[in-house]
Design a protein around this ligand. Structure first.
Ligand code: GDP
Length: 298
C-alpha cells in the first residue's frame, strides 16, 4: 500500500518498539491497555472508538503475555473487521445519467477527486459529464476544466457567480440528451455560511429532480485525511445539509494514515467508496480494509 511504502512508523512500533520475533513478551495489563488507548486516540480514532477497539483486543487476552507482533496482528484484525462492511466501491446503477453530487469543504480534494473519478469511469468505457457547480470560485472551475481535458470528459461551466442550480439543470439536460452514463456535479464548500450552502445544495437537488426524480443517486462527501478528527465534525455537518451516501478520503499518501476512518465507520457506517493517494489522475484507489489496517498499525 502507498502508506506502507512511505515507511511511516507504525502505531504499535511506537509503543513496543520494532523488534519482532525475539522481543520479550509483556503482560497485557491495565497500563498497557491504557497506552494502547492513548495511541489509538493519537491516531485520530477518537476516544469512543479507541476505547472500544482497545477493549475488544483486550478481551480474552488480559493478564496474558503478548508480543508486539501478536498485538499488531490483533489490532490490524480488529480494524479490518470494523472497516470491512464500509469498504464499497461507488455503486453503479443502470440509470442514465447516474447523478453523483460531490460535496465537501474547500481544499478537501473535491475537484481532484472528480477529475480522477471521471478518468476512471471514462477508462471503463462510460461516458461522463462534469458540472463545475462551484460557480463562485473561478479557480475551482479552471481546475475542473484542466481535469476534464486530462480525462477527456466535457466540463460544463457557467459565468462566475451564477446560480449553480441552473448550471446543474443545464448539465442534467445535456447529460440526458447525449445519453451520458454519469454526471458528476461539483459543489461549493463554503461552510462559513452553512445556511446558504444548505439552501444552495437543496436547490441543486430540487432542479435535477425535475429531470429525474430519483437523482442524485449518490452524494459523495470528500474528506481530507490530514484534518484528523475534524473529519467527524464535517460528516456531522454535511449529513445535516445534504443526504450524504458515501465518503472519499483524500491525501492518504501523506503522513496522515486516516485513523479517523475507523471512528467514521464505527459512528456512521457510511460506505467508503475510494481513497485519494496523490495528486495525479490515477491516484484514486478502492478502499481496501486489510491494506488500510496494516498501514495504520504499521
Ligand atoms: P477542493 O477545493 O475540495 O476542490 O480541493 P482540490 O481538489 O482543489 O484539492 C486541494 C489540494 O489537495 C490540491 O492541491 C490537490 O492537488 C490536493 N489533493 C487532492 N487530493 C489529494 C490526494 O489524494 N493526495 C494529495 N497528496 N493531494 C491531494
Amino acid at each position: 500500500t502507498p502508506a506502507a511504502e512511505a515507511g511511516k512508523p507504525g502505531l504499535i512500533g511506537r509503543i513496543l518498539g520494532r523488534s519482532e520475533a525475539d522481543e520479550p513478551r509483556r503482560v497485557l495489563d491495565d497500563a498497557m491497555l491504557e497506552s494502547l488507548e492513548e495511541l489509538l486516540i493519537e491516531a485520530d480514532m477518537g476516544v469512543d472508538t479507541a476505547m472500544r477497539v482497545a477493549a475488544n483486543i483486550a478481551e480474552g487476552r488480559m493478564d496474558r503475555r503478548i508480543s508486539a507482533t501478536e498485538l499488531k496482528v490483533a489490532l490490524a484484525d480488529e480494524v479490518a473487521r470494523i472497516m470491512a462492511p464500509v469498504a464499497r466501491p461507488l455503486p453503479l446503477y443502470a440509470k442514465r445519467p447516474q447523478v453523483v453530487l460531490v460535496v465537501g469543504v474547500n481544499g478537501s480534494g473535491k475537484t481532484t477527486t472528480i477529475g480522477k473519478l471521471a478518468a476512471q469511469f471514462k477508462a471503463a468505457g462510460k461516458s461522463v459529464v462534469i458540472a463545475a457547480g462551484d460557480t463562485f470560485r473561478a479557480a475551482a472551475v479552471e481546475q475542473l476544466q484542466i481535469w476534464g481535458t486530462r480525462a477527456g470528459v466535457p466540463v460544463l461551466t457557467a459565468p462566475e457567480g451564477s446560480d449553480p442550480a441552473s448550471l446543474a439543470f443545464d448539465a442534467m439536460t445535456r447529460a440526458q440528451e447525449t445519453g451520458a452514463d454519469l454526471l458528476l456535479i461539483d459543489t461549493a464548500g463554503r461552510l462559513q455560511n452553512r445556511a446558504d450552502l444548505m439552501e444552495e445544495l437543496a436547490k441543486i437537488v430540487r432542479v435535477i429532480r425535475k429531470k429525474d426524480e430519483t437523482a442524485p443517486h449518490n452524494t459523495l462527501l470528500v474528506l481530507d485525511a490530514t484534518t484528523g478528527q475534524n473529519a467527524v465534525a464535517q460528516v456531522e455537518i454535511f449529513r445535516k445539509i445534504a443526504d450524504v451516501s458515501g465518503l472519499v478520503m483524500t491525501k492518504l499518501d501523506g503522513t496522515a494514515k486516516g485513523g479517523v476512518l475507523v471512528s467514521l465507520a464505527d459512528k456512521f457506517g457510511l460506505p467508503i467508496h475510494a481513497i485519494g493517494v496523490g495528486e495525479q489522475i490515477d491516484d484514486l484507489q478502492p478502499f481496501d480494509p486489510e491494506d488500510f489496517a496494516r498501514a495504520l498499525v504499521g
